[in-house]
Design a binder for this molecule. Structure first.
Ligand code: ZN
Length: 106
């Protein structure tokens, strides 16, 4: 794994629900899922982190662009998949990046 994954401060509390985040990992290649970043058009796999809550059933997923660091957290609205729809519940803004160097390390 050549990338140094930059930690992003993920919300520890969302809508009064405490979240416990797992480690960042690089998303597996999923050919059916488009990964183009809406901010920087980086089309590599994003970094992913999952969270559970000790107080509420559910699963939260953070997706972070590995170039501009734009981050979004989604969860299922109500029912488990495939019935519930994913909703965005948090987002982090993109950071300055060098377009010639997609692997940001700091
Ligand atoms: Zn990006």
């Amino acid at each position: 794994m050549p990338e140094l994954i930059v930690p992003v401060q993920l919300p520890g509390l969302l809508d009064a629900v405490p979240l416990v985040w797992g480690p960042w990992d690089i998303a597996p290649v999923m050919s059916h899922v488009p990964f183009d970043c809406e901010h920087c058009a980086f089309d590599g796999q994003p970094a992913l982190a999952m969270a559970n809550s000790p107080e509420k059933r559910g699963r939260w997923m953070a997706t972070r662009c590995r170039r501009c660091q734009a981050t979004r957290v989604t969860t299922h609205q109500s029912d488990p998949p495939p019935f519930g729809s994913r909703v965005e519940v948090w987002s982090g803004p993109p950071q300055p990046y060098q377009s010639s160097e997609p692997e940001v390390t700091s």
